[in-house]
Design a protein around this ligand. Structure first.
Ligand SMILES: *[C@@H]1O[C@H](CO)[C@@H](O)[C@H](O)[C@H]1NC(C)=O
Ligand SMILES: *[C@@H]1O[C@H](CO)[C@@H](O)[C@H](O)[C@H]1NC(C)=O
Ligand SMILES: *[C@@H]1O[C@H](CO)[C@@H](O)[C@H](O)[C@H]1NC(C)=O
Ligand SMILES: *[C@@H]1O[C@H](CO)[C@@H](O)[C@H](O)[C@H]1NC(C)=O
Ligand SMILES: *[C@@H]1O[C@H](CO)[C@@H](O)[C@H](O)[C@H]1NC(C)=O
Ligand SMILES: *[C@@H]1O[C@H](CO)[C@@H](O)[C@H](O)[C@H]1NC(C)=O
Ligand SMILES: *[C@@H]1O[C@H](CO)[C@@H](O)[C@H](O)[C@H]1NC(C)=O
Length: 418
């Protein structure tokens, strides 16, 4: 079986050509950051970085468009019913993985171990995709700064049938064989985990500050068509609880595997049931500006592997129409600018608390026009498969809350950060 995927160019705004078996494989991310700090989308002088922001926007579209195609192919079965009954016994481990804030909020990475004896990798933990891949030691085009998987040095490594590959819109490709091996994340060990070791890496990939990606979404969007790490961990009774949780911040960021870290949040966790077993997606969201709901009954995808927030061009136009003086600026790669002072107070609610986005996180920096700043809500064309009522909430949103992804409850939970 040959598995292919499309990773769309970061540098073209043309419509995406989708191969029938294309992949959402997602490479790293960058993060919207406070103006006061130096970060990926804001230059040292406080100016908005158009080139990087255009790339960030395209990554977001690319990944989610492909996710949808995979989901259409695989949806329909209830994955939880295929788990062993032991998956729900709560006797095993849980643990936190410290996430390192790379290059002042460029992205957060954490370390995982693959193989026997363990080989360590720095990965992006991505709730918006479902596969694990890292560079292979046989990769000649991979960056020397990335760590590489040596299958021959792992006694538990097993070569599986098929090829995993990622095609870019610029026609470059990254691809590699598929293995199963033992994988440890935060002290939780899984055997027989499907993964790909990429033997050919495009220059776009080799520039990423992370070795690879560990996907945490549901199997229906897996390009390897296999169970992602966390589901495997549950099925092997390797985790204490069927949930994992994120705190994303400049300091003390953490992915907690097998439950929640009670030190990192206060008060109750507000849970909302997911729409389907594909993305981590919940419905009935309303979006408010200055405390007034301007959009309701939206679907929202909560994606740790996406920098910003995205919605359909029409939904984004409606949003900024409520902010006097805002406009879409072709010079800003299609991003919108708004009068900097005051930065709009944006919040989201799913019928419970109002979860506020810190205005500092909504502001991506000085647009180049005096008094104008760039907003972190970006028009995102997800293609005809997604309704125009779906919003993608990346790190701009997740940095404001403690976010729990519960497989067992089939829910996403939010709590106040401690
Ligand atoms: C869980 O493990 C059982 C064997 O114990 C296997 O039959 C089943 O397919 C697995 N399900 C998932 C989702 O991994
Ligand atoms: C790989 O494919 C071959 C031929 O289709 C089959 O005989 C073999 O069992 C497969 N191996 C695995 C590990 O699936
Ligand atoms: C990629 O290949 C296709 C088909 O060969 C071609 O039409 C297209 O122009 C190429 N794109 C680039 C950016 O070279
Ligand atoms: C979504 O599309 C429908 C039909 O094209 C349109 O009536 C509606 O106004 C759109 N909603 C948004 C938020 O763009
Ligand atoms: C939000 O409220 C502030 C303070 O009252 C006001 O200056 C600003 O214009 C409001 N913005 C929007 C978009 O309603
Ligand atoms: C936007 O401008 C209109 C017309 O000038 C004014 O009536 C309205 O109050 C303004 N809204 C905000 C939020 O400032
Ligand atoms: C949906 O959200 C509204 C408020 O925006 C709330 O009143 C309602 O109870 C919610 N519905 C569900 C099913 O949660």
């Amino acid at each position: 079986m040959f598995r292919t995927s499309t990773l769309l160019s970061l540098f073209t705004l043309s419509l995406f050509h989708l191969a029938s078996t294309a992949s959402h494989a997602h490479i790293g991310r960058d993060i919207a950051i406070p103006l006061a700090k130096r970060g990926s989308l804001t230059k040292p002088d406080g100016r908005f970085d158009v080139e990087k922001a255009t790339a960030a926007r395209l990554r977001l579209e690319r990944k989610h468009r492909q996710n949808l195609i995979n989901a259409e192919r695989h949806l329909g079965r209830d994955i939880l019913s295929t788990l062993s009954s032991d998956a729900f016994t709560h006797t095993r481990k849980s643990g936190g993985i410290a996430l390192t804030d790379q290059e002042e909020d460029l992205l957060w990475t954490g370390t995982i171990a693959i193989g026997t004896p363990p080989q360590k990798f720095k990965v992006d933990f991505d709730t918006g995709s479902s596969d694990l891949w890292i560079p292979s030691s046989k990769c000649l085009t991979c960056s020397p700064s990335h760590r590489a998987y040596q299958a021959s040095r792992s006694s538990t490594s097993k070569l599986e049938n098929g090829t995993f590959s990622i095609h870019y819109a610029d026609n470059s490709t990254s691809s590699g064989p598929i293995y199963t091996d033992t994988v440890t994340v935060g002290g939780v060990t899984v055997t027989g985990q499907f993964l790909s070791a990429v033997t050919k890496e495009s220059s776009q990939l080799s520039q990423e500050p992370t070795d690879g990606v560990l996907g945490l979404a549901w199997p229906s969007i897996s390009e390897l068509n296999s169970n992602p790490f966390f589901l495997m961990a549950m099925n092997q009774s390797a985790v204490k609880e069927g949930a994992f949780a994120f705190k994303l911040a400049s300091k003390g960021s953490e992915l907690f595997i097998g439950g929640t870290n009670k030190k990192l949040y206060t008060g109750p966790i507000e849970y909302h049931g997911i729409v389907a077993q594909d993305y981590w997606q919940i419905g009935n969201a309303s979006v408010s500006l200055n405390g007034t709901a301007i959009s309701s009954k939206r679907k929202t995808i909560i994606d740790s592997g996406t920098t910003l927030m995205g919605a359909s061009p029409s939904a984004v136009a409606q949003f900024y129409a409520r902010i006097n003086g805002s406009r879409q600026d072709p010079d800003l790669g299609g991003y919108y600018s708004f009068p900097c002072d005051p930065t709009p107070a944006v919040s989201l609610s799913w019928g419970g608390r109002d979860w506020k986005i810190d205005p500092v996180l909504f502001n991506l920096g000085d647009s180049g026009v005096p008094g104008e700043c760039v907003g972190a809500l970006v028009p995102t064309d997800l293609g005809p498969r997604v309704g125009n009522d779906t919003w993608l909430l990346g790190d701009t949103f997740m940095k404001n809350v403690y976010t729990v992804f519960s497989v067992e409850k089939q829910s996403i939970g939010f709590a106040k950060l401690a």
